[in-house]
Structures are given as structure tokens and as C-alpha cells.
Design a protein around this ligand. Structure first.
Ligand SMILES: NC(=O)c1ccc[n+]([C@@H]2O[C@H](COP(=O)([O-])OP(=O)(O)OC[C@H]3O[C@@H](n4cnc5c(N)ncnc54)[C@H](OP(=O)(O)O)[C@@H]3O)[C@@H](O)[C@H]2O)c1
Length: 248
């Protein structure tokens, strides 16, 4: 895959799937703007990768979407790819569901990618660019104990299909990658103690037909394939990458 001359925004680029994606795009010739809250984590992503610029910011704050697109355009004058990867998970059984817990998840997993896609749209139209959203196997499979995380990803999948049709006539493609359990900071970031994180990882690996969790680099490879300008006739699709978990 060759992204020479293309520019890319990757959200959640300070760790996990986003970090691997930002680096893989840079290795493939793109200029990349990595976004996330932690400046030090973004700096580490960019270390040794001069094609990666960073913009620390909280995507739940509505003005951040405009700041991010303005920065990409003022630096490079064009935008070809938007990867809406930043997201969070949360264990929240129905009996413990709160309005604040629901709002937290939806602000980041649904509203933030919507506002960033909207801000990026004029530039994506111009470049006949593409959006890749990062969903989850649980965007189309029940996840007892974390229904609102699953529902937020289901919403993102339906936005993907709807935007794909809405923007097709303008040459903007929209697809999503739905990874299964993947090595990253996600479980720790959800506030789970290390013993619970280790237990969940063992349980997940044992339920995955291919026998292990995925790596961020495996997810990144498929994000690039979905974004590849050569993938000209693919839009509105949700690609599940989970070692077969969705089939069980
Ligand atoms: N790992 C898995 O098992 C798995 C499975 C299915 C789907 N996914 C999805 O994959 C995506 C990437 O997650 P990951 O696994 O790589 O986990 P991760 O390492 O926790 O990455 C999430 C990233 O999002 C950023 N982020 C969180 N809140 C933000 C905010 N308010 N504003 C800006 N950035 C924010 C975080 O950086 P800061 O904290 O610095 O802001 C972090 O770099 C997520 O959408 C997740 O739901 C993950």
C-alpha cells in the first residue's frame, strides 16, 4: 500500500490500535496527524517518525473537531483519510446503569466521530477521500455487562452504512473495522484492576477460535487496506477482524 502524498488524521494515536495505525500510515508514505489527550503518549508515537505530527486534545469537547481539521489543512492543504479510532469501553450492567455513564460512552464513541467527520467532510469531498471508523465485534454481537459500549459501537456501524450512502455520489467512501479483543490499554483505561484485566484476557483468548487476542499491528493493516485509494469500490462495509470470535 502506498499513501505517498496523502494526509491522514488518526484519533486515539497515543496507544494501541491508533498508535500502530499512525505509524503504519507514516511507513506507507502518508503525512499523519495523531490526536489524543496525552501529549507525552502522542510524542512517543511520533518518535522516530518525522511524518507524524500530533495534536493533543479532548475529542469530547465540541471545538476540538474543527481545531484538528484546521491543523491538518494548514499544515498540508489537503485531507485524504480520517480514522475515527479513539474510543473507550465500560463495564456497566443494567442494574448499575447511570445517565453519566451512558453519556460518557456516547460522547466519545458516537458524538466525537460524528463531529470530526462533519468537520473533515469539505476536505474529504475535495480529495475524494475516505473515513474508516473503528467499531468492535460487539458492535453486532451482545456483550452482557457492557450493553452501552456495544450499543455505542452498533450506532457507529449504522452511521458508517448511512454516511456511505449519503456520501457515495461525492466519491467519499466510508467503512469500519470491527476488531475483536486486541492487546492495548483499553481494559486498563476502563478502570479495571490488573487482576480483572488478566482474567478477561485469558477468558477472551480461550473463546477465540484462532486461540489468541489480536495485535494492534494486525488491526492497523486492515485499517490501511480499507483506506487504500486502490480499494475503489468498497463502501458501507463493516470488516470484522477477531480470529473468528463473531462466529461462535
Ligand atoms: N482493544 C480491544 O480489545 C478493542 C476491541 C474492539 C474495538 N476496540 C476499539 O478500538 C479503538 C482503539 O482502542 P484500543 O484498543 O487501541 O485502546 P486504547 O489503547 O485505550 O486507545 C484508545 C485511545 O483513545 C484515546 N482517547 C480516549 N479518550 C479520548 C478523548 N476524550 N479524546 C481524544 N482521545 C481519546 C486514548 O488516548 P488519551 O487517553 O491520551 O486521550 C487512547 O490513545 C477504540 O475505539 C476501541 O473501542 C478495541
Amino acid at each position: 500500500m502506498d499513501f505517498t502524498g496523502r494526509t491522514v488524521i488518526v484519533t486515539g494515536a497515543g496507544s494501541g490500535i491508533g498508535r500502530a495505525t499512525a505509524r503504519l500510515f507514516a511507513d506507507a508514505g502518508a503525512r499523519v496527524l495523531g490526536v489524543g489527550r496525552r501529549a507525552d503518549a502522542l510524542k512517543e508515537t511520533a518518535a522516530g517518525h518525522p511524518a507524524i505530527a500530533v495534536h493533543p486534545g479532548d475529542l469530547r469537547v465540541p471545538g476540538t473537531a474543527r481545531e484538528v481539521t484546521d491543523m491538518a489543512i494548514s499544515r498540508w492543504g489537503r485531507l485524504d483519510v480520517l480514522v475515527n479510532n479513539a474510543g473507550a469501553t465500560k463495564m456497566m450492567p443494567l442494574a448499575e446503569t447511570t445517565a453519566e455513564g451512558i453519556a460518557d460512552l456516547f460522547d466519545l464513541n458516537v458524538t466525537a466521530p460524528s463531529l470530526l467527520s462533519s468537520a473533515a467532510l469539505p476536505h474529504l469531498r475535495q480529495a475524494k477521500g475516505t473515513i474508516v471508523n473503528v467499531s468492535s465485534t460487539y458492535g453486532h454481537r451482545p456483550l452482557p455487562g457492557a450493553a452501552h459500549y456495544a450499543a455505542s459501537k452498533a450506532a457507529l456501524e449504522h452511521l458508517t452504512r448511512t454516511w456511505a450512502v449519503e456520501l457515495a455520489a461525492e466519491g467519499v467512501r466510508v467503512n469500519a473495522l470491527a476488531p475483536g479483543p486486541t492487546e492495548s490499554e483499553a481494559l486498563t483505561a476502563a478502570g479495571l484492576p490488573q487482576s480483572a484485566v488478566d482474567q478477561i484476557k485469558r477468558d477472551e483468548a480461550s473463546r477465540i477460535p484462532l486461540g489468541r487476542r489480536g495485535t494492534p499491528e494486525e488491526a492497523a493493516t486492515w485499517i490501511l487496506r480499507l483506506a487504500d485509494p486502490g480499494t475503489t469500490w468498497l463502501t458501507g462495509q463493516i470488516l470484522t477482524l477477531d480470529g473468528g470470535l463473531e462466529l461462535t
